[in-house]
Design a protein around this ligand. Structure first.
Ligand code: SF4
Length: 163
């Protein structure tokens, strides 16, 4: 899992199996040492994504703007997850709304493993799936995927503003 957020403050509680790792990450982020963490846990990869959001939530990073959590990648990945994450991060840098955004490496498992995110993108061969809360919204060509992701960001922002 790779997670990024802007700034850091505070620290909350997490389920005990995750506590040790979270403790170290929390200190680094809370001290302002970098804004990117990478975590690999034993067990299902969907737990890593969930843990990533829990860590960032515990640090109140969501109050500072969007946070990204990327899957750890594996043999099923259809894309370079780190590269895709960097592209997404750059593309959404002006967004101020505290959204959770997942960047996943494959179409088959990505939406499900990233269901804790408000919005997600799952890479495919020459295309990508855009999803919200684990539900597919659309399939787009790779060349249009960042614009499509941003469209969902704007829609979600509008919904949040209206609620
Ligand atoms: S989303 Fe796909 S590529 Fe990423 S860890 Fe899960 S199965 Fe592997």
């Amino acid at each position: 899992m790779l997670a990024t957020g802007r700034g850091a403050s505070g620290y909350g509680s997490l389920p005990s199996p995750r506590l040790s790792e979270t403790f170290h990450l929390a200190h680094l982020l809370a001290e302002g040492i970098g804004d990117t963490i990478r975590v690999s846990l034993a067990g299902p990869s969907k737990e890593e994504v969930k843990t990533g959001f829990e860590i960032l939530k515990s640090l109140n990073l969501r109050e500072k703007g969007p946070i990204l959590v990327a899957c750890p990648s594996c043999g099923r990945a259809d894309v370079d997850v780190l590269k895709l994450t960097a592209s997404v991060e750059k593309f959404i840098k002006e967004v101020k709304t505290p959204l959770k955004i997942a960047v996943m490496g494959c179409e088959v498992n990505g939406p499900g493993e990233g269901k804790d995110a408000d919005i997600g993108i799952a890479g495919g061969n020459g295309r990508a799936i855009i999803f919200r809360k684990g539900v597919k919204v659309k399939i787009v060509a790779e060349s249009e995927m960042l614009e499509a992701l941003m469209e969902e960001v704007r829609k979600t922002e509008a919904e949040m503003a209206g609620s």
